[in-house]
Design a protein around this ligand. Structure first.
Ligand code: SAM
Length: 316
């Protein structure tokens, strides 16, 4: 039987012989057993291994290259927080780009906002999308007439996009690297292109002057990830964002039970007041599209960090 542990969210397939090398490199290992049943779906696409598993507590689990992407039980926290703080930080998010997020959950949250007129969704792997259409309740998001799906590399897509053509960009990518099962060497994965200087420069270029960019920014509880947060934040500031703030999310199926996003704004002054955010949120609720984790208070409090984390990220 195959046991999926949350160490796998760090590019560590639990079948790997190189657990020791991972621990040696990161000094980190925690394990949470989700299931010992065989996958209900297992296939290899052009880009990655795709699995869907059933688990008693977490419901269905999507795994790519041995790495947990989401579980039915707690996908709401991560996906709602990747989307709503960013959408609410823009005064009128009409045109949105979603990069990655082949499971469709981020897309379904974006579509809850009535201001949205058009969403380009670009993911590398059409087979992930098909699997998620078939297996998850939010898998009908692509049927919305406002959505145009593009199967392509996100970095290549954005390199060809027109200047100032989006209000909000949400990047929900998988991990940029993994470890080779045989040699233990670090291997780059397709999402590596989504963290380069060139890609961040293009993101800033294709956003309008009030543009907002939100991307997955790992946990602060692991030293190497905390260094990554500081590096990615600086990269966002270097390419022209006026601020880049780390928001925290509680999610029990991810390593350390905590993950975060970096919310980067080109012009913080244009963000709506909290009163306006509450009004917009009420409108979403009235439309019957309520959330389960996000609420307007988190628009501010998600960015309040433990003192030692605040000092490390903001150097103050
Ligand atoms: N929330 C998840 C996490 O952090 O574990 C990520 C979810 S989502 C399934 C990740 C998606 O990124 C996958 O659908 C994958 O196909 C896509 N992806 C990876 N590299 C990409 C690239 N270069 N361009 C566009 N999409 C990419």
């Amino acid at each position: 039987a195959l046991t999926i542990s949350n160490a796998s969210s760090y590019g560590l397939n639990t079948k790997s012989k190189h657990v020791g090398e991972y621990i040696a490199e990161t000094g980190f290992y925690q394990s949470l057993t989700l299931t010992d049943e065989e996958p209900i779906l297992e296939k290899r696409s052009e880009f990655q291994d795709i699995q869907v598993m059933n688990s008693v507590y977490y419901g269905k689990v999507l795994i790519l290259d041995g790495v947990i992407q989401l579980t039915e039980k707690d996908a709401d926290s991560y996906n709602e927080m990747m989307v709503h703080p960013a959408m609410m930080a823009h005064p009128k998010p009409k045109r949105v780009l979603v990069i990655g997020g082949g499971d469709g959950y981020v897309l379904s949250e974006v579509l809850k906002h009535p201001e949205v007129e058009h969403v380009d969704h670009v993911d590398l792997d059409g087979e992930v999308i098909q699997v998620c259409r078939d297996h998850f309740s939010w898998g009908n998001a692509w049927e919305d007439p406002r959505v145009k799906l593009h199967i392509a590399d996100g970095a290549a897509f954005i390199a060809n996009a027109t200047d100032s053509s989006y209000d909000v960009i949400i990047q929900d990518s998988s991990d940029p690297y993994t470890w080779d099962d045989e040699t233990g060497e670090k291997i780059d994965l397709p999402s590596k292109t989504l963290y380069s200087d060139a890609h961040f420069t293009n993101i800033s270029r294709v956003l309008g002057e009030k543009g907002v960019f939100s991307f997955q920014a790992e946990t602060f509880n692991i030293e190497s990830d905390l260094e990554g947060i500081v590096e990615w934040r600086q990269r966002a500031l270097d390419v022209g964002f006026s601020d880049a703030n780390y928001g925290t999310i509680s999610i029990s199926s991810y390593p350390t039970g905590q993950i975060g996003f970096l919310l980067c704004r080109k012009n913080p002054v244009s963000s709506p007041s909290i009163e306006l955010v509450k009004k917009r949120f009420d409108q979403i609720v009235k439309l019957g599209k309520e959330t389960t984790y996000y609420h307007p208070t988190l628009q501010q409090t998600a960015f309040a960090l433990p003192l030692w984390v605040h000092r490390r990220i903001y150097k103050s």
